[in-house]
Design a protein. Structure first.
Length: 564
């Protein structure tokens, strides 16, 4: 700890005199033999690269022979980019629709389509009365539903005797919709518009939607019009009955109507709880999670666990569950490649860096150009207005939350206790957590135990270069004589005493003001500062004797600080 110049030497002398001399016979090796470095839980997950699709794979999963698939891959090389599992799911869906291998060979590009998309399109065409439903109709789905009923009948896609309006009305099982109520609908209308009118009537009855709700639905979530009536009914039933969503919440999150009811049921069945919280409560807080695939959520939870991140971190950033598992895995691996991000790995809000990683990267690079070092997790992942305010104010400091959380984790101490200790140093909030980690790693590499570092926790705020200089200085006999210590060599001091002396020697040069933390690099003004970020206060370029010192109200820079 920092002490005043008047009493620190006397305190050390009293301490050394009362100590037993048997420490002189101890070797440095025996003193540090019980030291164990903390485990590194930041190792990434090694995932094998997925093999591309080839003729052998297609022959095994779909059928036919190797020669035919080889020629198809030559003609359609883009098929090789499809993920194997996606291709398997699509083929499975096609076979359930009674499409044989020869039919798939005639239209192999259908493998690009998602299995759920194909199933939905097939159901929509079935509800409208298309007979037969071919792969060409499925691949030209958007074009087909933008045609009039009469035109589709003339082309033979829909039999003339089929009453499309009646078919669509009968698609709903839990409400009664009569074709007589839709007098304005006729076969000269686009089939898309006909479906939209009928779906509007259903939503008015079941969810009590008004005109404004309907208008917003088609303006914002227009893709719902492509969902089959069977799918919409199933989703509404799950939301109302299984998840107990109020109608108002479904209307507010109308994108849920585009979801998959079976997937929603799987989510609440296979993922019972996260960090002790019921999954039903979680999806109520963040309904968008229901749009993620259950398999994807399971992979994301597994990846987060492998990277040593507790489930409680997920509860602080539920948005992470709305990202794809591959995206989450890639960003988790990138997290360990950036030192400023890696040091935050134990922070309970670290997943915010994963969710907002692209934005956080850009902000970090931007602040590095300005030579602003104290970029907290909150600033990097927070709102744009807060970041702009932080950047324009130009105050290179944080509230210390990241440093407190990091030290509390590695030292197994209470966060309030750590903050109370650090707060005794006047400039502790101006030191980035990365520098604290680097200093901690340096001291551990020198075999200093965690207990000694904890007792001299303020030393972690100082530049490694200064610490190393004073450590080397203590090995010189002249230094021990100058300090008037009753020891013959440095090895007569224990780890705690050595770190205390290092801290004393550093601050002695700065009159115990706490200014020993500033590095010489901080005395260099930013080049073209105003060009990098216009309208910044010019006071930021003010040079202080011991570095670029931020202005501190109601505090004298030369006043000795006593830290106990």
């Amino acid at each position: 700890m920092l002490r005043t110049k008047q009493n620190v030497t006397s305190q050390l002398l009293k301490q050394f005199v009362t100590r037993k001399r048997n420490y002189a016979t101890k070797s440095q090796k025996s003193k540090n033999s019980d030291i164990q470095l903390p485990p590194d839980n930041s190792n990434g997950l090694d995932v094998p690269v997925e093999e591309t699709i080839n003729a052998h794979f297609l022959k095994r999963e779909i059928g036919s022979n190797h020669r035919k698939w080889s020629s198809i891959l030559i003609k359609y090389p883009e098929l090789k980019a499809i993920k194997r599992q996606d291709a398997i799911n699509t083929v499975k869906a096609l076979k359930q629709m009674n499409f044989d291998v020869e039919t798939i060979l005639q239209k192999p590009v259908v493998l690009h389509q998602n299995a759920l998309t194909l199933e939905n399109r097939y159901e929509v065409l079935h509800e409208c009365g298309f007979q037969p439903i071919t792969l060409i109709l499925l691949s030209k789905f958007v074009t087909v539903i933008n045609k009039t009923v009469s035109m589709l009948k003339s082309y033979g896609y829909i039999p003339f005797e089929v009453n499309v309006l009646q078919n669509l009305c009968n698609s709903f099982s839990n409400v009664e919709l009569s074709e007589k109520t839709f007098t304005e609908l006729n076969e000269g209308m686009h089939i898309k518009h006909m479906r939209e009118c009928i779906l509007n009537a259903y939503l008015r009855q079941v969810l009590d939607m008004n005109d404004n709700d309907i208008k917003k639905l088609w303006k914002v979530y227009y893709r719902v019009r492509h969902r089959s009536f069977k799918s919409v009914q199933s989703v509404v039933k799950v939301l109302l009955e299984d998840l107990q969503f109020p109608k108002e919440r479904i209307i507010k999150n109308a994108f849920l109507l585009h979801g998959d009811a079976h997937n929603m049921c799987r989510i609440i069945t296979e993922i019972k709880r996260i960090d002790g919280k019921d999954m039903r409560e979680i999806v109520y807080r963040r309904p968008k999670i229901l749009m993620s695939s259950c398999d994807g959520l399971l992979k994301t939870l597994e990846n987060v666990k492998v990277f040593g991140i507790h489930e409680s971190a997920i509860m602080k950033c539920l948005e992470i569950l709305t990202l794809g598992p591959d995206t989450v895995l890639e960003r988790l691996k990138d997290l360990n490649s950036i030192d400023e991000f890696k040091v935050l790995g134990t922070n309970p809000r670290v997943l915010r860096l994963v969710h907002y990683q692209n934005k956080a990267r850009l902000r970090l690079e931007y602040l590095n150009q300005l030579k602003v070092r104290c970029a907290s997790l909150h600033i990097l992942s927070g709102g744009s207005e807060k970041f702009a305010k932080f950047a324009r104010e130009g105050v290179d400091r944080t509230k210390g939350r990241d440093v407190v959380v990091y030290l509390a984790n590695i030292m197994k101490k209470d966060e309030n206790y750590i903050r109370a200790l650090l707060s005794r140093h006047p400039n502790w909030c101006h030191i980035p957590v990365l520098q604290v980690k680097q200093c901690y790693d340096f001291l551990r590499s020198k075999k200093f135990p965690i207990s000694a570092i904890s007792n001299n926790i303020h030393l972690l705020l100082y530049p490694i270069q200064r610490i190393e200089e004073k450590l080397n200085e203590l090995h010189e006999p002249e230094c021990l004589e100058r300090l008037q210590l009753p020891v013959d060599n440095i090895y007569d001091l224990d780890n705690n005493e050595m770190l205390t002396l290092i801290l004393y020697l550093i601050e002695c040069e700065f009159h115990f003001t706490g200014d020993g933390i500033w590095t010489e690099q901080q005395t260099q003004p930013v080049e073209n500062f105003n060009n990098l970020l216009p309208d910044f206060p010019k006071s930021l370029n003010k040079i202080y004797k011991y570095g670029m010192k931020p202005s501190r109200a109601n505090q004298s820079a030369n006043k000795p600080i006593e830290l106990r």
